[in-house]
Write a protein that binds this ligand. Structure first.
Ligand SMILES: [Fe+2]
Ligand SMILES: [Fe+2]
Length: 202
């Protein structure tokens, strides 16, 4: 798929994500993204142990979730539109929200990932969605705890506390904190549906 984006460098694959992802992100000048995805893979692996999930799936999802950061947001919109796929209001206003969907395409089409649990988690790691799987929720939480900004996230304590109860509680704790703190840019359709679903479950 990266042939559609001539400015993206795609080194030859070894088919080992632990080396292919660093090689790809370094070739495209994204050391901060690399540090972030490696931290997310680590946290997602810890959540896997806590909740009896497959650690290798969680690490793969962590490593690949932001792989499309090398694509310009306007080009993401162009790509999704050319495929004839729907774009919600939030994605139309903030094109970078499409990176979760673009990362799924890249994981499948470029890195050859076929595991639906991994692909689904990547596709909803920013917004979550209703009927989320444990893998969806594990990556969603890991991405927020190992955020890509300096220092500790403002919601760190509340999410870690909720994570002791359940994956659902941790997701809802983060989402409610985000909505009440004014950090929400524009509610994505899947985010709104996920909040309703999580509230019904708790
Ligand atoms: Fe992301
Ligand atoms: Fe991320």
């Amino acid at each position: 798929m990266f042939t559609c984006f001539p400015y993206v460098i795609a080194p030859a694959l070894t088919h080992c994500l632990e080396s292919d992802v660093p090689a790809f992100l370094e070739a495209n000048g994204r050391p901060k993204t690399l540090a972030h995805v490696q931290a997310v893979a680590e946290v997602c692996g810890q959540i896997a142990m806590q909740y009896g999930l497959d650690g290798s799936k969680c690490r793969a999802a962590g490593l690949l979730h932001d792989i499309s950061a090398v694509i310009r947001p306007a080009d993401m919109l162009h790509y999704i539109t050319l495929l004839g796929l729907p774009v919600c209001e939030a994605e139309a206003r903030y094109n970078f929200l499409l990176h979760q969907r673009m990362s799924r395409f890249a994981a499948a089409k470029h890195f050859g990932i076929t595991d639906i649990a991994v692909l689904s988690a990547i596709e909803c790691h920013t917004t979550l969605h209703a009927n989320a799987t444990p893998y969806d929720m594990a990556l969603f939480i890991a991405d927020k705890l190992a955020w890509d900004q300096p220092g500790t996230p403002p919601y760190d304590k509340v999410v870690r506390y909720a994570l002791e109860r359940s994956l659902e509680a941790a997701c809802l704790a983060y989402m409610e904190d985000t909505m009440s703190s004014g950090r929400m840019l524009c509610p994505h359709t899947n985010w709104t549906l996920a909040v309703d679903w999580l509230k019904q479950k708790s």
